[in-house]
Design a protein around this ligand. Sequence first.
Ligand code: BGC
Length: 488
Amino acid sequence: MAPTGTASTALPAEAQALEKYFVLDKARLNEIVGGFRREFEDGLKNFGRDTAMIPSYCLNVPNGTEVGTFLALDLGGTNLRVCEVKLTGNHDFSVKQQKYKVSEALKHGDAKDLFDYIAESVDAFMTEVGTENGEDEAVHLGFTFSFPVEQTALDKGKLLTWTKGFACKNAIGHDVVKLLQDSLDAKHIKVKCSALVNDTVGTLLSRSYQSGPALIGAIFGTGTNGAYIDKTETIEKLGKEAIAESVKGGPDAGEYMVINTEWGAIDNGRHVLPVSPFDNKLDRESINPRKQAFEKMVSGMYLGEIVRNMLLYLIDFSVLFDGHSSEAMNTHYGLDTALVSEIEAAKSDDQVVNVLTKELGITEEFIKPADVQIVKWACRMVTMRAASLSACALAAVVLHTGHAQSKGGDETVDIGMDGSVAEFLPFFEERMRAALRLILGDEGEKRISMGLAKDGSGVGAALCALQAKKAEDANVHPVSKKMDALVP
Ligand code: BGC
């Protein structure tokens, strides 16, 4: 049973007063979902919105019979991953992979250096691990690039903004496939980047390949975002002509398209989110202030920092640790979200004390039993809110696509998830489900199935590269060149 978040009289008044920012009742959840739906609809109608609702040009989802071997690149979290993915056609796959560290200098330097490094890593992988492709033909590569990119084709798209601690120069507004291909070509590496994929799109494809058609692919990790399947005609900003072109485009074309919502940027204007002073402080001190408002309340990069800000506030009122802090507690991002998970998973208060002394450097004599309860409460507040808000994003998609009500049968709505928060944060799914029950009702929540999609970034990139290869072999262009002209 997940611990719940009701006010406790044992808490100091300074802490109790903070619960209003974190405990969300049914009315508040519905208000948030309403705001999210409005942003989805606005993003589908207009370019240039924060919630970018990006057409992925991925026009169908796999059914598990797909076969082929592709290279996949995955950039967007802590590491760069190069993999060779073999789709074996029976909902199964195998992966050979290597991880390469992306230094802080590369994250903040010139984009050319980053893309040269990526190309070198692909070269190193092909030399050290090898690929199954023949000597002469260029190897097809799917590039999972987990940042907001306004795509104009399966293999084309301009970076809108960096997120998650990346801030390379000369990248925003540039086509990231071209940046990569230029670096590969300059080094004479025989690889063709044929598909650009967001990790959420990859997760949706991978989940569908492995366990049947899914509606949503969601990442709750370092960052957060979701992709879902919508009718192409709802992407009004593309205009009727372009929509018609994309529908009749390639061998996989149809009336549906996967849309990358970029929900991490929902409510940057702060109209509906329960923004606390700790969120404002985190945002002000971040490298991307006023951006990724939702992501900063939900994702692994930030949850520890919100908890740290809350605990410091209570230390400053001398109602925690007798007013004593520590070097780690005083350091920006000094409390990692992994520690929040450890505290939430602790079976005894001694384990919490252990984290506080060993990992956070708090002197043991300043930790009273009541302090342990305050720390556990703060972690619970922040992680419960993250789970409830995550449920709001999922529910907004379910409602937007008209899947909230049963169509008469016992159909389920499937959601594939990936990321460290989804995988390691205790009680995350349970708490999301509790919020989904409040928003969609018991029946609505029961119809939702969710599960981790194994290796969405690698398998999804391979599946997209396969779509691109099929289109190339059939000599069709799945989407019109006119699309380029449409994107500002
Ligand atoms: C990016 C998304 C990505 C998500 C999860 C966000 O910061 O904007 O494109 O899907 O992180 O990795």
